[in-house]
Design a protein around this ligand. Sequence first.
Ligand code: ADP
Length: 490
Amino acid sequence: MSKPNVLFVSAELTPVAKVGGLADVAAALPKALNRTGQANARLVLPLYDVIQKLSLATEEVLAALEVITPQGKETVRVLMTNIDGNTVYLAEHERFSQDGVYMQKQQKTHPFAETQRFLFFSQVVVALIAALPDFHPDVVHCHDWHTGLVPVLLQLAYGNKRPATVFTIHNLAMQGRWNREEILGALGLTPDAAATFSRVDEQGSLSFIEQGILGADVVNTVSRTYAEEILTPEYGAGMEHALQERTADLYGIVNGIDTEHFNPETDVAIPSQYTAANAVQIKRRNKMALQREFSLPETPARPLFGFVGRLTDQKGMELILDAFPDFLRDEKAQLIILGTGDPAIEEATARLCQAYPNAAGAKITFDAALAQHIYAGADFFLMPSKFEPCGLGQQIALRYGAVPVVRSTGGLVDTVPDYGENPHDGLGFRFTEFTSAALTRTIEKAIALFTTQPDAYTTLQKRGMEQDLSWNHSAPKYATLYTKALTKRG
Ligand code: ADP
């Protein structure tokens, strides 16, 4: 088969339902596959309230798709729309139209409401495969725990007439667990079919992500290094045994970024546009605008470190909060943080900024335009993650000439060769131990380069901006994965 029809099943999509990197990949990868003629890719998403509010132009594809549940027949309306060049099916049902993309922040919601929602979405996808009038998927490409049940449900519903399945792990830490009996009850399966869902943990829970790992024809994650790391207990998040069973079908493909969207030459979200050739002069303007925006002294000579991301354990915020006070107190560096997440980390971040109002600023919010101001204005971009499946932040930072300072883990290893080890090919600063002392030493090196060797810093910055970070390298690897999955299914 030369050009497979591929249906992407995702909980997130940039820009209409973005929470993290999953949304960016779900938007950019199908677009790259379509543009380069390697697949006919479309997507399906729940029609969340946040998408409904956008009043997109849609066309009704199915007025009443029937989904059988033990409670009876439910009907779902399926709409089709175009989002930034992608053809997207939207499943309309009251279960999807409350509480945004994810629900867990709502105190009153049932603890399993989220898993129930995606269980139902998985059933919708299975019914949709056979009902779409003009698109017959050869491959169903599932992403993260939300869609982990889809491969098994497709097998149960269609046997060897099913499409081939690919399951991509973007974040192994989010697993989607629910009591096995309740899941089987919600699916209304016969005991024979129920036996397919054999894996449970000590609490009798079944994990959606584990089902995806065990059930898909082919499994991959979003960098080569992370694909190796997750086979170990340290990074496997309890899934290492399931993953070890699948090593023959497990791949690592590093994410690209949408280089049309993330382009400092055309980005209207930033104050002044620039290229690698004029970054030195123009980024200075963006830096001063950013300093103004965060009420910091407008000092171009002071190295400015930016952070954009989820304020969670994963992202290594504890290291930043520990390492930076010394640099801020001595006014050796400025720090700007944009993010939301764990309330304790949000508060600690706010406290740090109160303690050093002349050197640190933070906005505890999600703001895509402000994120661009930081990428365009910062000299360095911090990503000291505990684990990082791929990471997009450091790649966007490279594109905008903010030199990454990262921990040697997962995709950060694959995308940021260390300047210390390879002064001629390095793209940023890396450290290995997950300690604030290791981060401190690395920040000292970064500051030293910036302040004492400005030409070397500029060369490093320019090299990062000139990398091809597009999907050109990785989209063909996904096309190969689809072929493998089709062969595997037979
Ligand atoms: P993850 O998917 O683990 O959250 P990634 O680095 O892969 O991390 O992707 C995060 C994406 O979300 C990046 O595009 C980053 O700029 C964006 N982002 C994260 N937090 C915010 C925020 N508070 N405001 C704006 N953009 C954000």
